[in-house]
Design a protein around this ligand. Structure first.
Ligand SMILES: Cc1cc2nc3c(=O)[nH]c(=O)nc-3n(C[C@H](O)[C@H](O)[C@H](O)COP(=O)(O)O)c2cc1C
Length: 180
């Protein structure tokens, strides 16, 4: 079982990315996970992407290939202004095309969010799940995972060990979901 992860923050010291890197150490037997980089994707422009993909940017083709080769997708998003960041929406828009050839369609997916405010990313996760429905992905219904930055990190380091259990259970549930 291979999972490709997409992270909605491009920061080298991103908390969201750190959680996905942590999740890579918590995988069950016969499960692998790689992170698909989305920082070099151009801004979505349909003119760059003909139906035969003949002039589609190489970074876009790479992302689509990584998703096609995976059995499941994990998406980790921070909350920006009560929504997922634009870089993540940009990546999903690219991956969802060409029309009727989407790499995302019918792909099992689980998504969790990270937030700094009182509601800790809940709004971003709700919005992201709506977007994933639009991408015709098969969203894992439960468990849901929303990670509070203030409760989980101290001085930029992972300080809450419970979150490791949450991540382990979340990925294990995605594996079960993808197999079903
Ligand atoms: C432009 C911007 C908007 C943000 N808006 C919210 C928000 O609406 N709700 C929230 O909980 N945190 C918000 N934050 C805080 C981020 O969720 C927090 O900085 C998080 O650590 C960013 O993720 P990263 O560490 O993976 O880069 C915002 C941060 C930025 C940069």
């Amino acid at each position: 079982m291979h999972i490709v992860a997409i992270v909605g923050s491009l920061r080298a010291k991103s908390h969201t990315r750190a959680l996905v890197v942590e999740a890579q150490t918590l995988l069950g037997p016969d499960v692998t996970m790689t992170i698909a980089e989305i920082g070099d994707l151009p801004l979505f422009n349909e003119e760059l992407d003909p139906a035969d993909e003949s002039t589609t940017p190489a970074s876009v083709l790479r992302l689509r290939q990584q998703i096609r080769e995976a059995d499941a997708v994990l998406i980790a998003t921070p909350e920006y202004n009560h929504a997922p960041p634009g870089v993540l929406k940009n990546a999903l828009d690219w991956a969802s095309r060409p029309f009727m050839k989407s790499a995302l369609a019918k792909k099992p997916v689980a998504a969790f969010s990270v937030g700094g405010g009182k509601f800790s990313g809940v709004r971003a996760l709700v919005m992201l799940r709506t977007m994933l429905t639009g991408c015709r992905m098969l969203i894992m219904p439960q468990p849901e995972l929303v990670i509070s930055l203030s409760e989980t990190f101290k001085d930029g380091e992972l300080a809450d060990h419970k979150v490791r259990d949450n991540l382990r259970e979340f990925i294990a549930a995605l594996v079960v979901w993808a197999k079903r």
